[in-house]
Design a protein around this ligand. Sequence first.
Ligand SMILES: [Zn+2]
Length: 351
Amino acid sequence: MSAPRSRTDPAAATLLLLLLLQTHLSAQAPVNGSSWSYIGPDGERMWPKRYPFCGGVFQSPIDFHNNILQYDSTLLPIKPEGYNVPLTEQFVLTNNGHSVQMSLSPAMSIRGLLSKYSAAQLHLHWGNQDKQEGSEHTVGGRHFAAELHIVHYNSDKYPDLQTAADKADGLAVLAILIEIGSFNPSYEKIFSHFQDVKYKDQKTLIPGFNVQDLLPDRLDEYYRYEGSLTTPPCYPSVLWTVFRKPVQISAKQLLALETALYCTHPDDPAPLEMVNNFRRVQEFEERVVSVSFREGFVLSIVLISSLSTITLTALAIWLLRRKRSKRIQDEQGVVYKPAGTKEEESIFAKA
Ligand SMILES: [Zn+2]
């Protein structure tokens, strides 16, 4: 990325990251058969014990607030390719015990980044019916109702998601903030299958549809930063694109998301509802989020620069007037003196 994302030297940061990855790789618990959750004894405070990266650097999600945002004119609109999947193809929808996840075809990709990133899966994060604030990223401290993540891997460099997941340039995730509003027929293409994946490890098939319809209209306005997976093992390998404009789903659709699913198997004597599956925002110091849009947060910067311009102009005018009046005084003085030489006159003219 051309945008400054850190005050540290990028090469040194990458080296440090690679070293950290190598050092901790042996300590990593396997991705499958993981035991972590959002609450209880395996809750997120305990994640770093089993998954050291979760207590490390470049962690996600984060809050987007004015003093970390920096406009970057080189950020181009996101261009999804192959997102319109024909009806004849099928996605696998799975309850993985942490979220509801839909497999995606590697024929789907996003362009415009340094490498080509192919799609692997999408999944959601949400709150609960009493507190409908389940987005992972927040804007000015404010949660949205839910958040969709479309996970891509660097297919120019790596053969699959698994291989790319722990590489510094391995993943690119598109994040869509979700708010309550009008009914969303595209999201319903996923939500209408929840009854078939109520319990952990259940799967069902969904006919192909245009996945781009899950994205907001404005693909040119987004927050961009380097972060991590928001679930263990929290690898700091994700180039995040969080769209500025949220999409809407109806209150009824959100309720279905918040109440339909369980983290546990169907025969579990202590069923656990799948709610509040979002990670809390992480510290974000000494780093910058690049933004592709100017309005809003840039206003204050524009205002400051306008004020500076006005002050400087006023100062320049005052200096000019002062010099001019001095010159008039000097010229007036000349009337009562003998006429100066040509050289003296030219000196006055320059003053
Ligand atoms: Zn996610």
